[in-house]
Each structure stands twice: as C-alpha cells, then as structure tokens.
Design a protein around this ligand. Structure first.
Ligand SMILES: NC(=O)c1ccc[n+]([C@@H]2O[C@H](COP(=O)([O-])OP(=O)(O)OC[C@H]3O[C@@H](n4cnc5c(N)ncnc54)[C@H](OP(=O)(O)O)[C@@H]3O)[C@@H](O)[C@H]2O)c1
Length: 268
C-alpha cells in the first residue's frame, strides 16, 4: 500500500468523498470522473495500474486542487485483519471522511468445467464477492456517520442467465448480488446499498487474453436491443443516480441496452 497524495485541511473542505475500487481505467475511471464533476473528492484505488491512476488524479487535481488521491493496494488486504485495518485507515485519513464506496474492482476470465481449481476460485471470489463484503463491513462506521451509501458493480449474468464457461465468475457475482440485498436490510436506515449490473459496456482489452474478434463483437451487438455496446459513462450515470436516490436501497439496475431480455445464457 502506498498513499501517493496527502490532502491538507484547507483543501476542498466539505466535499463528499467517494472511494472507487479498481478505478484507474475503464468503467471505474468513468465513475471517478462523473463523481468528481459532481463535486466529490475521489479516492482512486488501483493495484497494477498505478501510472494510469496517477495520470487520472493529476488531471482531476488540475481541474480542482486537492480533490483526487490514489491508493495502491491488492484487495487481498481483506485476508489479513491488520492489513485490512491499515487500508481502511489509509482511506479515511485521505480526506477525513467517507460518503460513498463503489465496489468496482473485478477479475473476469473463464473457468470451464474440468479446469476449475482453488486459484481461480480464490481470485474470482476475492474481487467479486469477498473484498466487497469485508470492505463494506469495515467502512460501515464511517459511512454511518455520513448517512452514506455503497454501490456494487454486478453483472446481468449474476442471476438467472449464467455466462457460459464462466461458472466461478457467475457464482462470485451472484454472491455479490445477494450481498447487496442482504446488507441493504442490515445497514438500513443509516446506509443504503445498491447495485448496477452492466451488460456489455466495455469490451475486454484488445491485447488481453479475453479479447473478442470482430465477428464475436458483431454477434454481441446484434443481440442487444439498443444495437450497440454500452459506454462507461452510462454505468457512471446510474451509479451517480443511486448515490443521490435517498429512498432507494437494495435495488439493482441493469444498464445493458436491453441485453438481459435476449440472453440465452451464452456469449449471445
Ligand atoms: N466491462 C463490462 O462491460 C462489464 C460487464 C459486466 C460487468 N462489469 C463489471 O463492472 C465492473 C467494471 O468493469 P471493467 O471491465 O471496467 O473492470 P476491469 O477492467 O475488468 O477491472 C477493474 C479493475 O479491477 C482491479 N483489480 C483486479 N484485481 C484486483 C485486486 N486483486 N486488487 C485490487 N484491484 C484489482 C484492476 O485494477 P489494476 O488495473 O489497478 O490492477 C482493474 O483495472 C466490474 O466489477 C465488472 O465485473 C463490467
């Protein structure tokens, strides 16, 4: 862990504070930028993508000084009580309060039957279920103080329509989805807990092992009633709506261009 930026007392006073896990790029970065535009001080959490996180923080601090900070940590910190406590303290000490936590960090890769092992189970459940739960529990006292909220990034495959060959990921997101509903009950009325379920909003990195070829992309687009891939900003918009919606808790909004209506439990 490595706090890259320390705010001073006079900076950006009274701004609400949002932590977005895994937010150096892609959907997380879009959420950070949208929250920042609305006046939030933002904590950009990252693991491997520190350079992207620092660049994003510098851009935001250029727009409004002392309004963005970077925290680098493997979410495996939740496995060790002392490391979890240190992470929580680092987050709270950054701006002195916490109003919203967005569980965005995720691992996403297939685990076809016959290949499933403990490593996949641990990796996919850590980011997609275990860390969100243990971080939510640890941040509760601080969120309570602010009448704050938690928003979880889920998936339209987290219930009813599994993604073929992604059993462990599907199971982890399903657990995360149930966390949203369970904690919404347990944390009310002080803290609201909601979720956003993207469909296909950002394609896998073109140079990564999950990259989709042109034909696969076209097949996905044809399966989406809105006839296009979604955009990270469209997820951010729903996250910010849920942050503002003071009478909404335990809700999960699909932001998928209608794709969940056509899903057959596979790529298309
Ligand atoms: N992309 C989509 O269309 C889509 C569809 C359905 C659901 N979702 C959900 O929406 C969210 C955002 O999607 P995305 O595609 O933008 O996410 P992503 O790029 O797959 O992952 C976001 C970040 O998670 C971080 N992360 C992974 N393992 C970590 C660990 N052990 N410790 C700390 N951070 C870790 C990574 O940070 P570093 O790079 O810093 O290591 C990564 O950049 C995810 O929860 C995803 O499941 C997305």
């Amino acid at each position: 862990m490595n706090l890259e930026y320390t705010v001073t007392q006079s900076d950006n006073n009274n701004a609400p504070v949002m932590l977005v896990t895994g937010s150096a790029k892609r959907i997380g970065a879009a959420i950070v930028k949208a929250a920042h535009r609305q006046g939030y001080s933002v904590i950009i959490h990252c693991h491997q993508s520190e350079q992207e996180a620092q660049t994003l923080a510098a851009q935001l601090n250029h727009t409004r000084s002392h309004s963005a900070a970077v925290i680098v940590a493997d979410l495996a910190v939740v496995e060790e009580p002392a490391a979890l406590t240190a992470f929580v303290e680092e987050v709270i000490n950054t701006f002195g309060q916490l109003d919203a936590v967005v569980h965005n960090a995720s691992r996403f890769y297939p685990s076809p039957l016959g290949s499933i092992d403990h490593i996949q189970w641990n990796e996919l459940f850590l980011t997609n279920a275990k860390a969100p739960l243990l971080l939510s529990q640890a941040f509760l006292p601080y969120l309570k103080k602010q009448q704050g909220c938690i928003i979880s990034l889920l998936d339209i495959h987290a219930h009813d329509k599994p993604f073929l060959n992604y059993t462990v990921y599907n199971m982890a997101k399903a657990a995360h989805r149930m966390m949203v509903q369970s904690l919404a009950l347990e944390m009310a009325p002080a803290v609201r807990v909601n979720g956003v379920a993207p469909g296909v909003n950002v394609l896998p990195e073109p140079d990564g092992d999950q990259a989709l070829d042109n034909e696969q992309q076209q097949r996905i687009v044809r399966s989406i009633p809105m006839q296009r891939i979604g955009q990270p900003d469209e997820i951010a918009h729903s996250v910010l709506y849920l942050v503002d919606a003071k009478y909404v808790t335990g809700e999960i909004i699909a932001v998928d261009g209608g794709r969940s209506l056509t899903l057959a439990g596979s790529l298309v």
